[in-house]
Design a protein around this ligand. Structure first.
Ligand code: DAH
Length: 351
């Protein structure tokens, strides 16, 4: 029996040496210390021994059990320490590595242009006036001096929406100009006898039911401007808009005004800036003319002043309208307006 116990211990300790994982350790415990293990069997067999042999054998069996348990505990600790050391090795953090960059969003190029236009006009004392995207035919056309059958009305095919009447249908505004009437009427309502002067820009989205092409979209932004007061002249218009062009493009840019026509202004003019690509020599961007058209403008038509509540005998004003998409396209030489709504990051990330 004593010899047998010796070999049980030796065998147990030897196999324990080879145990390398948690699972192996559990298996070893069952095999060498479990209910059917050789040591436990030895305890059961004690009863079969003679009285004089029994104490020594019992003691020896106990020693073997204690030795195996001790060795198991040691092995367990060693295994755990090994795992910790290994994870420290493989999961090391190198605090000297550069951090990972978090990708940042950015403003849409047209939003950037809008903000710049606002900033420039704010410096010149223009406030921002917001007005609705859904308009009535009366505000979008009639009060702006478009007679019912005026050909210019056909120019701007509109998105009509439900809710209007036959004489005054509702539509998505085709330009920001109807805001002029809202703004003037608001100023007059505040002080009918002595309405305050108006000096505002009106930025916003406009909508036209048109064929989408490289040059025209059905949805685009405009920035309208309006100044109304006593003794406002065409010189004020030219000065303000030329100054805007110098601040927006470059301090030396030349401008020119060409006679034009809009129902809501008289006289009307379009402003060109000297082509900043070729400096006026002529190139594909300016179609060899040396000039780029950037906005429409004019002196507010007496009918429009009257519709806004201002007496055209006492008050005068100028107005203008420009397209931030067009300005952005000119500035960055973008050749297709459809990029702005395409949401292609390869395009947007360039700005
Ligand atoms: N409303 C015009 C358009 O959408 C732009 C415009 C031209 C606005 C001349 C004005 C202006 O205020 O004076 O094409």
């Amino acid at each position: 029996m004593l010899d047998e116990l010796k070999s049980i211990e030796k065998d147990g300790l030897a196999t324990l040496e080879k145990v390398a994982s948690e699972a192996d350790l559990q298996a070893w415990r069952t095999k060498h210390l479990g209910r059917n293990s050789a040591v436990m069997q030895a305890f059961k067999n004690l009863g079969a021994l003679g009285k004089d042999e029994r104490p020594a054998a019992g003691q020896a069996a106990n020693q073997v059990k204690v030795a195996l348990e001790g060795a198991l505990a040691k092995r367990e600790t060693a295994l755990k320490a090994g795992r910790v050391a290994q994870s420290l090795e493989t999961e090391q953090v190198d605090v000297t590595l550069p951090g990972r960059r978090v990708p940042l969003g950015r403003l849409h190029p047209v939003t950037q242009t809008m903000r710049e236009i606002r900033r420039i006009f704010a410096e010149m004392g223009f406030q921002v006036y917001r007005s609705r995207d859904v308009e009535t035919d009366v505000y979008n056309f009639q009060l702006l001096n478009f007679p019912p059958n005026h050909p210019a009305r056909e120019m701007q095919d509109s998105f009509y929406v439900e809710g209007g009447s036959d004489e005054n249908p509702l539509l998505l505004r085709t330009h920001t100009s109807p805001g002029q009437i809202h703004a003037m009427r608001e100023a007059v309502a505040r002080d009918p006898d002595n309405p305050s002067p108006v000096r505002i820009i009106l930025p916003g989205m406009c909508y036209r039911y048109e064929q989408i092409t490289a040059r025209s979209e059905i949805q685009f932004t405009q920035v309208e401007g309006l100044a109304v007061g006593k003794r406002i002249t065409f010189g004020d218009l030219k000065g303000t808009l030329s100054d805007f062009a110098r601040r927006f493009f470059n301090p030396d840019v030349r401008t020119r005004f060409r006679a034009s026509h809009f129902p809501f202004t008289e006289p009307s003019a379009e402003m060109d800036v000297e082509c900043f690509v070729c400096g006026g020599e002529g190139c594909p961007v300016c179609k060899q003319t040396g000039w780029l058209e950037i906005l429409g403008s004019g002196m507010v038509h007496p009918n429009v002043l009257r519709n806004g509540g201002y007496d055209p005998e006492v008050y005068s004003g100028f107005a203008f309208g420009m397209g931030p998409e067009r300005l952005t396209m000119l500035r960055y030489r973008i050749e297709d307006i459809r990029y702005f709504w395409r949401n292609d990051l390869r395009f947007l990330e360039q700005f």
